[in-house]
Design a protein around this ligand. Structure first.
Ligand code: ADQ
Length: 460
């Protein structure tokens, strides 16, 4: 195996044992191979300095840096989450453009590149995560780094038309091309990236599948992220979600779990549930929707309206349809422990996952893993989640079509056991096979191939 494994992500899990599939998977790779994990510390510093702090780990090093308040606002809240996030989620209309934020974002990337360049060796494999670090490879190259640089974009690749709204659209293709391997969630994302280069002078799609842009040759491939399905299934059997909820014996449960983000289609989901109740005949089952949506990025202006809109729709639906012994929508505005979450998924007859735009969506996979195989629930999934490419056995819906989603709820709640089992078996097989372990293994094997080729080319 060539060189060390180096991971870069916005936050380093330095405050306790890693939680969540991705962080655990990266932690396991680093523990097995040794290496370094770089990222921000989560602390705010008075001044911006080229100084890394070592967080002692058992089998690999964590090296963190502090942001100043100005950097936190311009790099994290500003350019990353108020420009790149809406851009990639087809919401260019929500971009808060402001040249100062762009400069701060570049400043943080350049600073990290300077600090990393001191540590890196030519045979290292560097795996950089997400849109906080889109220009990091270009900045590292400017520092003379020749190591193999990989990137994984957890969110959708922007559409060419939307990209034109980014003032930096002419340098964006060069950022991407400075990596050696660009990992995307879905084939649809790969198509969007190829489309971007197709329209550019100086870009060529080579016969071996790689791309050439100016003096850079690189690969763009899809690596759909997964979960540890076995572990999640185990977790789901530990508690009883139904007992927590006090449901009537014949009451059916629909579940939604998302960060409170405008990309997740939460408002239309509540409306579709309201439509289901509106059209419900006496023979349709009485169902409750449990929507768990913890707050996120509350300092970002575009997030401030969602909360009140959710409360408004919930209030309206509950006002219209509640009974003395029944509240149709239970809306929980906080994070809950994973074990509880897993048992709630298992208790739910329907997993209602309807983002307008989503890189992958792990909730869809968690819902499937948590089901009782002998009596599984039904997954309703948006066609615009990356997961839809792998999960065609779900009921696929258009999240803009409220009537269609209400129909899908009716179909799901009436689906016979045989059909539920058939669909679930197909979905579960995929979730277990295309796990997070499979994801890291295939990504790192591709990096290894590229790294070996680069080292051999240097020796010739
Ligand atoms: P997210 O946008 O955060 O991730 P998602 O893939 O759905 O979206 O993952 C959310 C995770 O948070 C899930 O593991 C879920 O269980 C957990 N979670 C959500 N609400 C919770 C709550 N109330 N309590 C506890 N846990 C909660 C980004 C991209 C996605 C991509 C992932 C991984 O936007 O498209 O799938 O990265 O690449």
């Amino acid at each position: 195996m060539t060189g060390r494994l180096i991971v870069v992500s916005n936050r380093v899990p330095s405050d306790g044992p890693p939680a969540g599939g991705l962080v655990v998977a990266l932690h396991e790779c680093l523990s097995a191979q040794g290496g370094i994990w770089y990222g921000t510390s989560g602390k705010i510093a008075e001044t911006s300095e080229d100084r890394l702090q070592d967080v002692p780990g058992e089998s690999y090093d964590m090296r963190t840096f502090d942001l100043t308040q100005v950097e936190h606002e311009g790099y994290y809240l500003g350019y990353a989450n108020s420009v790149l996030w809406p851009l990639c989620h087809r919401r260019a209309d929500l971009m808060a453009l402001n040249g100062g934020d762009y400069e701060t974002y570049m400043g943080v990337n350049r600073r990290l590149a300077r600090m990393m360049a001191r540590d890196l060796r030519p045979d290292d494999r560097v795996w950089i995560h997400d849109y906080h670090f889109l220009p990091l490879a270009a900045c590292l190259r400017a520092e003379g780094v020749t190591a193999t640089l990989g990137y994984f974009h957890h969110i959708p690749f922007p559409a060419v038309h939307d990209l034109m709204a980014l003032p930096e659209h002419d340098i964006f293709p060069g950022w991407i091309a400075s990596f050696d391997l660009v990992g995307l969630q879905s084939q649809r994302d790969v198509a969007a990236a190829l489309e971007m280069y197709r329209s550019l002078a100086g870009a060529e799609h080579l016969r071996d599948g790689s791309l050439q842009y100016r003096d850079r040759r690189f690969e763009v491939r899809s690596f759909p992220i997964g979960i540890d399905g076995e572990a999640f299934a185990q977790e789901a059997t530990r508690g009883s979600g139904r007992d927590l909820l006090n449901l009537a014996p014949d009451e059916r449960l629909v579940i939604g779990v998302d960060r409170l983000d405008y990309s997740k289609g939460l408002d239309n989901r509540l409306r579709a549930f309201g439509r289901y109740l509106e059209a419900r005949r006496d023979d349709n089952p009485r169902a409750s929707l449990l929507q768990i949506a913890p707050p996120t990025r509350e300092e970002v202006a575009a997030y401030q309206d969602i909360r009140s809109e959710m409360e408004r729709i919930t209030g309206k639906v509950n006002g219209l349809y509640s009974d003395l012994d029944w509240t149709p929508i239970r809306y929980i505005h906080r994070a809950i422990p994973r074990e509880t979450l897993a048992s709630l998924y298992r208790a739910a007859d329907v997993g209602f996952v309807t983002p307008f735009c989503d890189g992958m969506n792990l909730v869809a996979k968690e819902y499937v893993a948590a089901q009782n195989r002998e009596n599984p629930g039904v997954l309703i999934l948006s066609q615009f989640a990356g997961a839809a490419e792998q999960m065609a056995a779900a009921l696929i819906v258009n999240p803009y079509d409220i009537g269609e989603m209400a129909d899908a709820l009716r179909t799901a709640l009436a689906m016979p056991l045989e059909e539920r089992k058939e669909r679930h078996a197909v979905l579960l097989k995929g979730v277990l096979k295309e796990s997070v372990g499979h994801w890291t293994a295939t990504y790192l094997a591709t990096m290894e191939r590229l790294s070996t080729a680069r080292i051999e080319a240097r020796q010739d």
